[in-house]
Design a protein around this ligand. Structure first.
Ligand code: ADP
Ligand code: MG
Length: 229
């Protein structure tokens, strides 16, 4: 495998037991280009979320290897995988996953609690960069969907991870804020040189992604580089 910065090599993931066993991913080999945004598409049940869970060190494969930041994480201890997850990866979800009772700034700064102090300042800075400077003390219910997702992106960026993994990040947004979020993530790959993997059905992403891979039944069925890149 030529590029092991972020990759899966011949991975298989199986769920269930006995007669209910099924392979969510089988013999999948894929390398994600560093500092680019890769879009992963495929029908529901094709294994997209399972793939992100492998790359996010949330799941071990039953077969094959997973490389994160150049290291094979598939046989590592839980504590080393947790450390790699904390240092290298930011997660963004469809449903934002914010704490309703906390102001926006605390929702961002909370990602720093384990890492230590000084991150509240960075949280504020990130929120200003993402156009949320006037929303620091708003609670999630007082924010629009697009604003909530920007808070979640600020939280994902707090520890400055080189890799961002986003599962359907625009699926709950109207088309205008979806477009803004998509453009923002593409910019984070281009300007800040982060490696970004987005799972989405949303057609907007096809134009913005540097590369698109298509999964079906846990296997790679197609991949292409965007025409205008
Ligand atoms: P996608 O995100 O593309 O919809 P998933 O990765 O969630 O696909 O799921 C791939 C396959 O694995 C599906 O058939 C799904 O039903 C199955 N699956 C996913 N998670 C679990 C689980 N925790 N237990 C059992 N089967 C699962
Ligand atoms: Mg999914």
């Amino acid at each position: 495998m030529p590029d092991r910065f972020l990759a899966v090599d011949n991975v298989g993931v199986e769920y269930g037991k006995g007669g209910a066993r099924c392979w969510a991913l089988s013999s999948l080999t894929l390398a994600f280009e560093p500092e680019r945004l890769t879009l992963v598409q495929g029908p529901s049940g094709s294994g997209k979320t399972t793939l992100l869970s492998l790359l996010g060190c949330l799941l071990k494969p039953h077969q094959g290897k997973v490389y994160v930041g150049g290291e094979d994480v598939s046989r590592m201890s839980e504590s080393r995988r947790t450390r790699i997850r904390q240092q290298k990866i930011g997660f963004i979800f469809q449903a934002f996953r914010l704490f309703r009772s906390l102001p926006a700034l605390d929702n961002v700064a909370i990602a720093g609690d384990v890492a230590g102090k000084g991150l509240r300042k960075r949280a504020r800075q990130l929120m200003e960069e993402l156009g949320l400077g006037a929303k620091l003390s708003q609670k999630p219910d007082e924010l629009s969907g697009g604003e909530k997702q920007r808070v979640a992106i600020a939280r994902a960026l707090l520890r400055n991870p080189p890799i961002l993994l986003a599962d359907e990040p625009t699926a709950s947004l109207d088309s205008r804020s979806g477009e803004q979020i998509a453009t923002l993530l593409r910019d984070l790959a281009e300007r800040e040189r982060r490696t970004i993997v987005v799972v989405s059905h949303d057609a907007r992403w096809e134009r913005l992604a540097h590369r698109t891979v298509l999964l079906a039944d846990g296997q790679l069925v197609n991949h292409f580089v965007s025409q205008d890149r």
